[in-house]
Design a protein around this ligand. Structure first.
Ligand code: FE2
Ligand code: FE2
Length: 249
């Protein structure tokens, strides 16, 4: 029995791919659904748990995501999903309805937690300021869009609050060991720490698992490895060649 994670499946069984997205031409994305299905079949058993860390589907509403969610439900083991920025089908305030609709097939993590052995799996979408950044001729950041940054701060505050609700629900039930899941990286490229890293440290989360940063060029955008007692991992599927990462035995 093991815990695995991966993010950014960006499934599109029923929907058009976004114009300009690397998924349209990058070979890492060619038949990625089939590669991922095969990897899961080899790696996972029905006793395992797989956490899918957001950006599940390109569908604009629940109806246009049905085939994508059915594909995920058909993978081996228990499947827990967190929200990504592209998951239009998932209104954070209506998570209970999603959990009801997919009861016994998929579990949606938002303002709640799920138990894995003596761990609580907690999380939320998170958020990071992504610019636009202004660069000098050498490519160094010399400024950024301050209005966007102000807006980002509000979303970060809201997401930090949702994360806290998840931790507190687990704590109230007696859990003291945590794995924390975010869709966005915990820090922006301007930051060494953030509300999210501070919350991870405050609750002594053993690991923080995140996605959203696609490809090799963005692999080092945020924290990786051990920092202040927390172990950070990026699990975007394209860079992992669609192989889920083992988080806990
Ligand atoms: Fe993504
Ligand atoms: Fe994303």
């Amino acid at each position: 029995m093991s815990l695995y994670a991966i993010g950014d499946l960006h499934l599109h069984f029923q929907s058009e791919l976004k114009i300009g997205h690397p998924q349209r031409k990058d070979k890492a994305w060619k038949n990625h659904e089939e590669k991922f299905r095969k990897n899961c079949a080899k790696l996972l058993t029905n006793d395992d748990t797989l956490v899918l860390v957001g950006d599940h589907s390109w569908g604009k509403n629940l109806d246009s995501c049905e085939a994508d969610l059915r594909y995920i439900a058909g993978l081996p083991g228990r499947k827990i999903l967190t929200r990504g920025n592209h998951d239009m089908f998932w209104d954070a305030k209506k998570t209970a309805a999603l959990n009801e609709r997919y009861a016994g097939r998929l579990e949606f993590l938002q303002n709640n937690y799920y138990a894995y052995e003596d761990y609580a799996l907690v999380g939320t979408k998170g958020f990071t300021f992504e610019g636009p950044f202004y660069l000098d001729r050498r490519g160094r950041i010399v400024g950024w869009d301050e209005k966007n940054e102000e807006h980002a701060k509000k979303i970060v505050a809201r997401e930090a609050e949702r994360l806290r609700i998840s931790f507190e629900a687990a704590k109230a039930d007696g859990y003291r060991r945590f794995v924390m899941f975010l869709h966005y990286p915990p820090t922006s490229i301007l930051e060494d720490e953030s509300r999210f890293t501070r919350i991870a440290e405050e609750y002594r989360a053993e690991q923080v698992v995140y996605a959203h940063s696609h490809g090799e060029s963005r692999f080092y955008d945020s924290v990786l490895g051990e920092k202040n007692g927390v172990y950070y991992r990026l699990v975007s599927g394209d860079f992992l060649k669609w192989m889920p990462v083992k988080i806990l035995d």
